[in-house]
Design a protein around this ligand. Structure first.
Ligand code: NDP
Ligand code: 2IT
Length: 448
């Protein structure tokens, strides 16, 4: 059977076997289509069932998370951990708390994580977890009780050598702290490497908070530099106003770019004078309020309800840093029409397949999430290294390592794109470069 037909039939089986999980299908489709030239060159990957195995999680855990709210009412959420692939290291990937979470979201994220983690060059496998718990509007005490209940089940499935969770949407330093405390209490062991994104007082790494946003900008900078473009003087639109968006904004501003917009799930702020990051951090990180508050501090800025409108703002560079499928084909067309030259995915799978294709066909430089946002998990792996050594590096050391990792990911993805006949298509390049290392490890380890 030729590779194209094999991939086509395998994709149909994945859809049939995992019904009603469109995000997972989308992630699998993109990767499988990219792999055709590799499978043509290396038919042993088909014979050994490497791709068939890679689309099937090694283990999926779904559990009840009961907790009591501040009114004394019992609440029940659903918890997930999908341990997707451990060929090159312990499962590694974030935990997402958001009402939209269901198994299809966790599977798409876990699947992406396999290739992303491979691209970092560090020994980490792929996994992801989460819950449909909505942290918005909850008190600290409620978040703590939820996190403790979540960990009371999760602890039996993780360890520093088995599976190492971290943050994602709705999970930051506060939640990691509560989960770490409960893990330590149940296991009676100070196992710092079991979670990453920890606070600096108990085993966290300097630079992890900034890593995903900074890493994204390092990657995009490398990509545009190859075409003689730099961030200096460019107009940049960044969606989201969470961890990734905030530190992407900071790094773009340091490089002389003008970030004119940020958003949250209710709407977006347009400030043509340049977004004031201190205001965004106060509203989102400290007060945990809505981004609409921004205009109270900066009355010349505009606030607009709705998320899609942010992509109608003319910009040179767009960095989607909120959530999956936030750039659809209509927005892609407007961005291209307005002269956007580069798109860097800070979020996981923020661009639909159709919009991605449109950007690439129209010559927009496109930095795919797996490569561009890998700085977060890479720095998590650096946190694990420091925990194992019982030493900590300075911010400058971690940041220099992060930068080096992002430059290498860019080089490896470009090289693979070129080698497999699709130069300038970093989507294909990143998928192939990430895949080959995992495939070789799976081949060496036999049928497991
Ligand atoms: P945060 O929870 O810190 O921030 C998420 C931001 O995106 C918030 O502004 C939020 O708005 C917005 N958002 C979330 N869901 C939606 C939605 N359904 N529609 C519109 N806006 C939404 O998360 P992170 O910054 O950590 O994560 C952002 C993205 O980056 C995610 O795709 C995540 O998977 C990805 N990522 C994160 C990494 C990390 O290290 N944290 C690493 C690699 C990727 P609101 O405040 O209204 O909820
Ligand atoms: O999507 C991601 O890469 C993350 N949320 C970070 C995972 C991690 O283990 O640091």
């Amino acid at each position: 059977m030729n590779a194209k037909q094999y991939v086509h039939e395998l994709f149909e089986r994945v859809v049939k076997r995992n019904p009603n999980e469109p995000e997972f299908h989308q992630a699998v489709q993109e990767v499988l289509e990219s792999l055709v030239p590799v499978l043509e060159k290396k038919p042993e990957y088909i014979e050994l069932g490497i791709v068939e195995r890679i689309v099937e999680p090694e283990r999926q855990i779904i559990f009840r998370v009961p907790w009591v709210d501040d009114n004394g009412k019992v609440q029940v959420n659903r918890g997930f951990r999908v341990q997707f692939n451990s060929a090159i290291g312990p499962y590694k990937g974030g935990i997402r708390f958001h009402p939209s979470v269901y198994v299809g979201i966790i599977k798409f994220l876990g699947f992406e994580q396999i290739f992303k983690n491979s691209l970092t060059g560090l020994p980490i496998g792929g996994g992801k977890g989460g819950s449909d718990f909505d942290p918005k509007g909850k008190s600290d005490a409620e978040v703590m009780r939820f996190c403790q209940s979540f960990m009371t089940e999760l602890y039996r499935h993780i360890s520093q050598d088995t599976d190492v969770p971290a943050g994602d949407i709705g999970v930051g330093g506060r939640e990691i702290g509560y989960m770490y405390g409960q893990y330590k209490r149940i296991k009676n062991v100070y196992e710092a490497g079991v979670l990453t994104g920890k606070g600096l007082t108990y085993g966290g790494s300097l630079g992890r908070t900034e890593a995903t946003g900074f890493g994204l900008v390092y990657f995009v900078d490398e990509m545009i530099k190859a075409k003689g473009i730099s961030f200096a003087g460019k107009t940049v639109v960044i969606s989201g106003s969470g961890n990734v968006a905030i530190y992407a904004t900071k790094k773009v501003q340091e490089l002389g770019g003008n970030v004119v917009a940020v958003s949250d799930s209710n709407g977006y702020v347009y400030d043509k004078n340049g977004i004031n990051l201190a205001t965004v951090q106060r509203i989102k990180e400290v007060e945990r309020k809505r981004i609409s508050e921004y205009v109270k501090a900066h009355p010349t800025a505009e606030y607009h309800e709705g998320c899609n409108g942010i992509w109608t703002i003319p910009c040179d560079i767009a960095l989607p840093c909120a959530t999956q499928n936030e750039i659809e084909i209509e927005s892609a067309k407007i961005l291209v029409k307005n002269g956007c030259k580069a798109v860097g995915e800070g979020a996981n799978m923020p661009t639909t397949l159709e919009a991605t294709k449109y950007f690439i066909e129209n010559g927009v430089l496109f930095a795919p999430a797996k490569a561009a946002n890998a700085g977060g998990v890479a720095t998590s792996a650096l946190e694990m290294s420091q925990n194992s050594m019982r030493l900590s590096w300075t911010f400058e050391e971690v940041d220099a390592k992060l930068k080096n990792i992002m430059v290498n990911i860019y080089k490896n993805a470009s090289k693979a794109a070129e080698e497999f006949g699709n130069a300038d298509n970093l989507v294909v390049g990143a998928n192939i470069a990430g895949f080959i290392k995992v495939a070789e490890a799976m081949k060496a380890q036999g049928l497991v």
